[in-house]
Design a protein around this ligand. Structure first.
Ligand code: PLP
Length: 407
């Protein structure tokens, strides 16, 4: 992507021209949440100003228009992930709720005492705790795939963990701390050899690489709208139709029912069975707008440009004395976690902030990973397609100043 193209893109994101502490903002906290282009915010405004009405239930114009928009958004998401059927797309509040849904409903249908769930050492808390809760509820065991020193999964160890007791595997497509792009297709193939389904946590993947759920053969694939330039409070669970039909509803309420009698309730068909209550139909349509925005640029193009940023940033950071980059996998997305000497990551983050640079510090909701590395946390810079090499220069220059101050 050439400079002018990036400059044009940046103009779609008004927040990028904000000043913080009277300094130009450098926003490198994209793995936590991304900024929103004007078209997404305008879509939200349009939703509330032009066709806001509760969906699915109304005979009147506005309700039908809002319903059409929400259901069209479902089709957009299905196409984005290349799902076979639009009914396989369930709107949730985000990745976390989607994983909780599967951990609960799949657990109710298929899990028993003595069974096992496999996750990996580099999971976000959202892909650990729901499975731990299931294990506690059912008397099951959580098994963890280890990684090597570069932050790549140990596939041989994974194979050894797969047994007749394994009920499901749940794994991140891309690590939010290490940036590792996991070989999820291979993980799925190996699990499927033993008829074990796989959930892929795609929170950090969908904004950066093209995802095709049919090609991956994922049984469940989840992501959050806010990490892909969409609004907060909306996310997606993709599930193969046969799995979604085989597991019970997660929550009860309106919309997920066919008939309600005090004696017995029957449940609605997919996808409504999993969408109890008034859904976030404004959020879903704005998410669809964000996906169109990303698709218009092109995910292949985004991946290539962000890779350039990753390589550029990694090279410059490695020139700093005492630099230790955490996560050096061959396949990496645009996340750089690091430590410098013995300086606490929090101190670096605090001082960078004062220079206008937004990075994240701490355990990044992956405490078991950070503990396994025996480090206090990391500083994490994560790039999006609206970031530039000039911003990386600014960041590295600021970091050098900060390191001198703290050494
Ligand atoms: N999984 C991964 C890999 C993440 O990076 C995150 C957020 O940082 C989540 C899950 C949780 O996403 P959310 O808080 O949007 O539900």
């Amino acid at each position: 992507m050439d400079k002018q193209f990036i400059q044009n893109i940046r103009e779609d994101f008004p927040i990028l021209s904000e000043k913080v502490y009277n300094k130009e903002l450098v926003y490198f906290d994209n793995a936590a949440t991304t900024q929103k282009p004007k078209c997404v915010v305008e879509k939200i405004e349009q939703g509330y100003y032009r066709y806001n009405a509760n969906i699915h239930r109304g005979v009147h114009y506005l309700s039908q228009k809002a319903t059409e928009e929400h259901e069209a958004a479902r089709t957009t998401v299905a196409q984005f992930l290349n799902a076979e059927k639009r009914e396989e797309i369930i709107f949730t509040r985000g990745t976390t709720e989607a994983i909780n849904l599967v951990a609960f409903s799949f657990g109710e249908a298929f899990c028993h005492e003595g069974d096992e769930v496999i996750i990996s050492v580099m999971e976000h808390h959202s892909n650990i705790v729901p499975w731990q809760m299931l294990c506690e509820r059912k008397g099951m065991t959580l098994k963890v795939i280890p990684m090597n020193e570069r932050g790549e999964l140990e596939i041989e160890a994974f194979k050894a963990l797969l047994t007749e007791k394994t009920k499901i595997v749940s794994i991140a497509h891309v690590s939010n701390v290490l940036g590792t792009v996991n070989p999820v297709k291979e993980v799925i193939r190996l699990a499927h050899e033993k008829n074990i389904p796989v959930l892929v946590d795609g929170a950090q993947a969908v904004p950066h690489i093209p995802v095709n759920v049919q090609e991956l053969d994922a049984d469940f694939y989840v992501f959050s709208g806010h990490k892909i330039y969409g609004p907060t409070g909306i996310g997606v669970l993709y599930g193969k139709e046969n799995w979604l039909n085989a597991i019970p509803p997660y929550q009860g309420g309106g919309e997920m029912i066919q008939t309600v009698r005090f004696e017995k309730t029957t449940y609605n068909v997919l996808p409504f069975k999993f969408e109890a209550g008034t859904p976030d139909y404004i959020g879903s349509t704005a998410l669809a707008e964000a996906l169109r925005y990303v698709q218009n640029i092109g995910l292949e193009k985004i991946a290539a440009y962000e890779h350039e940023l990753l390589e550029y940033g990694t090279k410059l950071l490695n020139e700093i004395d005492g630099m230790r980059i955490i996560g050096t996998a061959k396949e990496k997305s645009s996340v750089i976690s690091f430590l410098v000497g013995n300086i606490h990551p929090y101190d670096i983050g605090m001082l960078l902030d004062k220079l206008g640079i937004a990075v994240r510090t701490g355990h990044h909701c992956a405490q078991p990973l950070i503990d396994s590395l025996e480090i206090p946390g990391t500083v994490r810079a994560s790039f999006a397609f609206y970031n530039t090499k000039e911003e990386i220069d600014q960041f590295v220059a600021a970091l050098k100043r900060v390191v001198i101050m703290l050494s």
